[in-house]
Ligand binder design. Structure first.
Ligand SMILES: [Zn+2]
Length: 356
């Protein structure tokens, strides 16, 4: 059993156990804070095909999104924009527990599938865009990678003169291959990432840009969405690279250039930022300090946690709750394990995530 399969088996037992013992009502007192920022990536209809968790775990269905909104409204959460999260923290203004919706990367389905639902319920939301996606210089290559692995029983190629062979007959093998190939392709120098990925797909006669056409928001869609009062756009760097692997100058450029690109396209100030990848492996004190100097009102990570009053002076490192329909076993109730703080408390060894 590999670690991912083991993790899933643990979740399958632990989530219902925690929920039914109602321990999250106790953790709520200490670990739920003043609210939560939810992190989504894609919102797309259910797919009957076999999928690889590395990708499908980043998706929720429109139905799940709508159920989640209704659930949060039923529980009387105040659903507010990131701008208001910033104001609440800054002024220490009291209010009910809040929820803020954020979407990373800039997938077109945020416009096609999420926006109509969010509009229906008047939900403010933020989309963080890595600007080389709409600029056509970057592709979500992990989707053609998934296709390739699902279609083949074995992948063999040469990388840096070395023969590489990956068996991907069964689903667990496909999951492992996906993870290993993604790590292999991302492992080399950042500057060559796109050409390395393109070389790999050329070997299998896959036109990378053609295969991912329509996956990401275009500038036209971004501009249309930006006219909507409910929407805030945030920066997410230019090339979606792990900032800890860049020099301080390059990391600053990545952040500021994406902020300025969005500002020039939208003729609007961009005040919010989210770190690519954003776990404590990729973001730390140095990255927080860089983002702080770039002048954002808030910067969000992917560290699993809720928002506390103490974040008032640490708005450059706000943790979030990753929303994953699959991880939460398709059960809407299990989101309460995160927003009531029991899972963040366990994951972070009883620490509240405020600074590092
Ligand atoms: Zn991202």
């Amino acid at each position: 059993m590999n670690t991912k399969t083991l993790k899933r088996a643990v979740i399958k037992t632990l989530w219902p156990l925690l929920y039914h013992t109602k321990i999250h009502f106790i953790s709520r007192l200490v670990y739920s804070g003043i609210g939560s920022i939810l992190m989504f990536h894609r919102v797309c209809p259910a797919d009957a095909r076999i999928r690889i968790q590395g990708n499908s775990g980043m998706e929720v269905t429109p139905n799940y999104l709508e159920n989640l909104i209704q659930y949060l409204i039923r529980l009387k959460y105040e659903i507010i924009s990131l701008e208001k999260v910033h104001e609440r923290l800054r002024t220490g203004c009291r209010g009910g527990k809040f929820i803020a919706f954020t979407f990373d990367d800039g997938y077109a389905d945020n416009f096609i599938h999420a926006y109509p639902i969010l509009k229906k319920y008047n939900i403010p939301f933020t989309i963080y865009v890595a600007t080389n996606y709409p600029d056509g210089q970057l592709t979500p290559w992990w989707y053609p990678l998934e296709e390739l692995i699902l279609k083949n029983e074995c992948l063999e190629f040469k990388e840096d003169g070395e023969n590489q062979k990956f068996n991907c007959k069964s689903l667990p093998e496909k999951e492992i291959t996906f993870h290993r190939l993604r790590t292999l392709l991302m492992g080399g120098a950042n500057a060559d990432l796109l050409s390395r990925v393109q070389k790999f797909f050329n070997f299998y006669n896959v036109d990378l840009f053609e295969a991912t056409k329509g996956y990401m928001l275009s500038w036209e869609q971004i501009k249309t969405l930006n006219k909507e009062k409910l929407v805030t756009f945030g920066a997410h760097t230019v090339n979606h690279l792990a900032l800890n692997r860049l020099s301080e100058k390059d990391a600053t450029d990545e952040i500021l250039k994406s902020k300025h690109r969005l500002e020039s396209k939208l003729k609007d100030e961009i005040n919010h930022f989210s770190y690519p990848f954003g776990s404590s492996q990729e973001v730390n004190e140095r990255e927080f300090s860089i983002a702080r100097q770039c002048g954002f009102k808030t910067s969000t990570t992917a560290r699993w946690g809720n928002i506390f009053k103490k974040h008032k002076n640490h708005q450059e490192c706000l943790p979030r709750i990753h929303v994953s329909e699959k991880r939460d076993l398709y059960d809407i109730n299990f989101i309460s394990l995160s927003i009531n703080g029991i899972i963040p408390c366990m994951v972070n060894k009883f620490k509240r995530v405020v600074t590092i």
